[in-house]
Design a protein around this ligand. Structure first.
Ligand code: F6P
Length: 360
């Protein structure tokens, strides 16, 4: 193999640049050229690239985001045509454009949607290896995924700031975290920042239980309550809170606003002043933790070595602390947070954290 391409797609996160650098350096030391595909599947379909070499990737591992750019709406086999309003399959066209650049293989870094498209690209004849990344940590291919640890730290840092204003004002603070339908980020960041109540999408909460817990905490003499809630969490019998439906996106739901709804309900039912904060993209931004730099480098190296040694068709990830490979699954297999077996859930429950459930 003489030339490979790298692409990052889906929501960005910290640690992607470390993976890019690792792939470039691993390839270059074997005399293999590397081309970067710009802006995820947009650049794949449109044929927009940049050359990558040791000089260009020098020190990029300490920066957040992705130097190649990303996009999280586009899917190459269900690609929105702005002129006709129709969705089209553009996979073969993207592959042909890369082949015209003498590219013989690809490393694609992304979440489960991105890597499902990577599978399709592989099945259409481009040797491909995938690397899992997402702050949501909801991929069966790796535990953890690139970006998860940095997002936890960013959220914990923000919640600690919220705590100082909460105790000054004797307030209930409802903090909304990303993660889509996965509660990992809220659980880990909520626990590590000392949240009193953690509400996850995996188990609908009881508003009565939440309000009773707020009253109990405030009556105990503690001056504030912190509630960490996942963006897709909902009350028993209620609906998810959707901020926007993005019609031209493969994943059309954009969550947002559940914290504001819950804060208004708590204030009304308990009488305590309550405020909501949506942490938003702060969780995806900033410099990577050292653990994400190292994770990106390990997975970048493993993916590049598989590809250049003629073993495409895999996703590389971490299992039990080791780098492992798994064949591209035939369909998206999310990693579900099982609250009845997860040991951090159990630890938190044993320590008195409320998950909004009647039988706690
Ligand atoms: O999947 C990653 C993620 O950050 C989710 O946690 C969040 O719901 C979504 O992306 C936000 O996407 P966007 O950047 O389009 O607002």
């Amino acid at each position: 193999m003489k030339k490979i391409a790298i692409m990052t797609a889906g929501g960005d996160c910290a640690g992607l640049n470390s993976a890019i650098k690792s792939i470039v350096m691993t390839a270059n030391t074997q005399g293999i050229e590397v081309l970067g595909v710009m802006d995820g599947y947009i650049g794949f379909v449109e044929g927009r690239y940049m050359p990558l070499n040791a000089e260009i990737v020098r020190s990029i591992e300490i920066k957040g985001g992705t130097m190649l750019g990303s996009s999280n709406k586009e899917c190459p086999f269900h690609y929105y045509n702005k002129e006709t309003g129709e969705f089209e399959d553009r996979v073969d066209e993207g592959i042909e454009k890369l082949k015209a650049q003498n590219v013989e293989g690809m490393v694609i870094i992304g979440g489960d949607g991105t890597l499902d498209s990577a599978r399709v690209i592989y099945e259409h004849g481009m040797p491909t290896v995938g690397i899992p990344k997402t702050i949501d940590n909801d991929m069966s291919a790796s535990e953890p995924t690139i970006g998860f640890q940095t997002a936890i730290d960013a959220a914990v840092d923000a919640i600690r700031k919220i705590i100082t204003t909460a105790y000054s004002h004797r307030r209930v603070m409802v903090v909304e975290l990303m993660g889509r339908t996965s509660g990992y980020l809220t659980l880990y960041a909520g626990f590590a920042s000392g949240a009193d109540i953690i509400l996850l999408p995996e188990q609908d909460y009881s508003l009565k239980v939440v309000c009773d817990k707020v009253n109990e905490i405030m009556n105990s003499g503690k001056r504030y309550v912190i509630i960490a809630i996942s963006e897709a969490a909902k009350e028993k019998g209620g609906e998810e809170t959707i901020a926007q439906i993005v019609k031209d996106s493969f994943e059309q739901k954009r969550y947002g606003g559940v914290s504001q709804k819950l804060a208004a309900e708590i204030e009304q039912l308990t009488g305590y002043e309550t405020r909501a904060t949506i942490l938003g993209h702060i969780q995806r931004g900033g410099e990577p933790t050292t653990s994400d730099i190292i994770l990106g480098a390990r997975l970048g190296n493993a993916a590049c070595q598989l590809l250049v040694h003629g073993e495409p068709g895999y996703i590389v990830g971490i299992k039990g602390g080791n780098v492992v490979k798994m064949a591209f699954p035939k369909e998206r297999v999310p990693r579900i947070l099982d609250m009845s077996t997860n040991d951090l859930c159990k630890t938190a429950k044993d320590m008195g954290v409320c998950f909004g459930q009647e039988n706690e």
